[in-house]
Design a protein around this ligand. Structure first.
Ligand code: B12
Ligand code: SF4
Ligand code: SF4
Length: 261
């Protein structure tokens, strides 16, 4: 059976190859609360490996570079302009998805197991409603939260003390029961920056579907917006750096220095 040390060593090399920082968290694959459609999808997917309770889910998170996040406007904007700098974030979305998929494929090639892709790319404008996604993937956020990587923010995303919500996830499932990552988190506390910035999350209710329509209408090069990500990232930079509530996890860094614009 693969050990945590082997996984960490391999992930460190993958971060170096991709030139990005990243974190990993482990949880038992059967211990995560999912919607019934997602539960069914997961059982079918993992059948060649065994029962979810006998498998470990390794959540991989790769960070955006600072310049990619600060390309997103800090305040609400209804439309993107032609050649909008915001597109740097849109392009990073595709790059991170590909880097994550390469990383899970490399782990599979070396240690076996199965991977859940970073996202179901290109669907935002194809589906009739966000519910159409549910039978075709598992929730990375539910797994990342269970694996101790972060807390569920008021915008619905996973907020990590290391990168705020400015990271993307994929999952690699492997045979065996490795000890889960557990750590307490500060949570949102009195912050409301994402609610102040985005009228869609502020409104609550069917925010997922309203967000999907906005991504399609925005006019960026890919299906993104990310204003909630940007404002939360700013908040976490200033507040979580000094927080005593979250114990650190190792940040794997193969990072070429790429800060600033
Ligand atoms: C569909 C989808 C969308 C849709 C719908 C968004 C949504 N909030 O669900 C649209 C296109 C609108 C979208 C938008 C965005 N997305 Co999106 N999206 C996804 C995708 C492909 C699936 C998510 C999904 O199906 N959610 C279903 C809901 C129901 O899941 P959930 O909220 O996590 O709830 C789970 C648990 O909490 C629990 N649960 C909750 N309630 C209940 C009730 C019961 C009874 C039970 C049993 C369980 C249960 O089970 C649920 C299902 O597992 C994931 C990739 C993936 N495979 O996870 C990316 C993902 C969630 N998106 C992501 C991002 C970043 C975005 C955007 C910022 C776009 C951008 N890049 O600019 C916005 C943010 C919107 C927002 N504030 O949430 C990231 C989040 C990263 C993070 N830090 O958390 C993900 C994980 C992609 C990735 N690879 O990293 N997205
Ligand atoms: S911006 Fe503030 S309120 Fe919103 S998720 Fe981040 S920490 Fe929580
Ligand atoms: S990605 Fe969606 S939830 Fe986040 S700011 Fe944009 S519209 Fe609001």
């Amino acid at each position: 059976m693969v050990s945590r040390e082997q996984i960490e060593q391999c992930f460190g090399q993958l971060c170096a190859q991709e030139g990005r920082q990243g974190v990993i968290g482990l949880t038992n694959a059967g211990a995560v609360r999912l919607l019934p459609q997602q539960e069914q999808y997961l059982r079918q997917k993992l059948a060649p490996l065994g029962e979810p309770k006998d498998l470990t889910a390794v959540c991989l998170g790769l960070f955006y570079h600072e310049r990619e996040i600060v390309a997103v406007p800090y305040a609400w904007q209804a439309r993107a302009t032609a050649d909008d700098p915001w597109n740097e974030y849109a392009r990073a979305y595709g790059e991170l998805n590909r880097a994550l998929n390469r990383s899970t494929a490399a782990l599979m090639a070396r240690f076996g197991g199965l991977a859940e892709q970073a996202t179901v790319e290109g669907w935002a404008s194809q589906v009739g409603h966000v519910h159409d996604y549910f039978p075709h993937c598992v929730s990375h956020r539910a797994f990342a939260e269970a694996a101790g990587l972060g807390w569920r923010g008021r915008h619905g995303l996973i907020v990590t003390p290391e990168a705020g919500p400015a990271l993307r996830f994929a999952i690699w499932f492997v045979r065996g029961r490795l000890p889960a990552t557990q750590r307490p988190h500060a949570g949102c506390g009195r912050c409301s920056a994402c609610l102040d910035a985005c009228p869609i999350v502020r409104q609550g209710g069917e925010y997922r579907e309203v967000c999907r329509r906005r991504l399609n209408a925005l006019g960026l090069e890919d299906e993104v917006c990310g204003i909630c990500v940007r404002v939360c990232w700013e908040h976490v930079q200033t507040s979580c750096a000094t927080s005593k509530h979250s114990l650190p996890v190792e940040v794997f860094s193969g990072c070429r220095p790429q800060t600033g614009t």
